[in-house]
Ligand binder design. Structure first.
Ligand SMILES: C[S@@+](CC[C@H](N)C(=O)[O-])C[C@H]1O[C@@H](n2cnc3c(N)ncnc32)[C@H](O)[C@@H]1O
Length: 253
């Protein structure tokens, strides 16, 4: 049984904090090249504040976004407005949405599929994606390749992972501690934010998908794997890979 208590704390999805922490762009070119090949219509699920959505639109990708956190979407809308970009951004849950149209590419970047904690929830995502994907369309996502030693190493005490300054001048020291739950395969992380003498602890639960398990989930949900990489440079997936990067399509019936 998956307990209902799994989730992600509000402060993690506070756009002021999120954007300071998440300025990674090592996946942008990879998703750009993929989207450029399927550019009739592209949908990013869990688009957040538009870390990828905005630059992809600026590069000519016909992209729409969907996310269930209003403040993250508002931040994306604000960025789009300031750059004069028109992007359809929908507030909805990726497990259950109905946009009444189909896309030639749907993708879930930045490990966000790992925020689905039960077998049913993952199936709901695949089924919503299938309903919105054209017959020749592709479904792409990236997740971590579970690293047991790494997860265990974070169990003892908080380890500092970043420091940054918010726009209001507040310094934030961020540290992480985690406990891997072997029954649910969920790495239960606590992110501790120390801000001006205050401590804010936030949960960040991440479901682990083991490589063959994910291959089976893809197959079980009516898709097939077209490509699987271990890195955004498209190197092959192997046991040393930090990531599992999937490109899938619907099996034709
Ligand atoms: C790690 S952020 C990724 C944001 C963005 N894609 C990026 O690459 O920076 C995860 C995002 O997924 C969204 N999210 C998580 N679960 C979701 C769900 N079931 N449906 C829609 N959005 C979801 C959160 O609101 C958050 O904005």
């Amino acid at each position: 049984m998956v307990n209902d208590d799994f989730g992600v704390g509000d402060f993690i999805y506070d756009p002021r904090v999120y954007d300071k922490l998440n300025n990674f762009d090592g996946d942008l070119n990879y998703y750009y090249e993929l989207a450029a090949k399927h550019n009739e219509s592209v949908l990013e699920l869990c688009c957040g504040t538009g870390r990828l959505t905005i630059p992809l639109k600026e590069k000519g990708i016909n992209i729409s976004g969907l996310d269930y956190t209003n403040s993250m979407l508002e931040a994306a809308r604000d960025k789009a407005r300031k750059r004069g970009l028109e992007i359809d951004l929908t507030l909805a849950d990726m497990k259950n949405f109905d946009l009444k149209r189909k896309f030639s590419m749907i993708f879930i970047p930045f490990n966000s599929l790992q925020n689905t904690y039960s077998i049913d929830d993952v199936s709901k995502v695949f089924s919503s994606v299938a309903a919105h994907l054209t017959d020749d369309g592709i479904f792409a996502f990236d997740i971590f390749n579970p690293d047991f030693h790494f997860m265990i190493s974070r169990e003892k005490d908080f380890v500092e992972i970043d420091r940054f300054t918010l726009d209001n001048g507040d310094e934030v020291v961020l540290s992480e501690k985690s406990k891997y739950d072997t029954a649910s395969q969920i790495n239960r992380c606590t992110w501790r934010h120390e801000i001006g003498g205050k401590t804010i602890d936030q949960k960040l639960d991440m479901r682990c998908f083991y490589p063959l398990e994910m291959d089976l989930i893809v197959r079980h949900n009516g898709f097939e794997v077209v490509d699987k990489y271990g890195c955004f440079d498209k190197s092959e997936f192997n046991s040393g890979s930090k990531k599992q990067i999937y490109v899938c399509r619907k099996v034709k019936v």
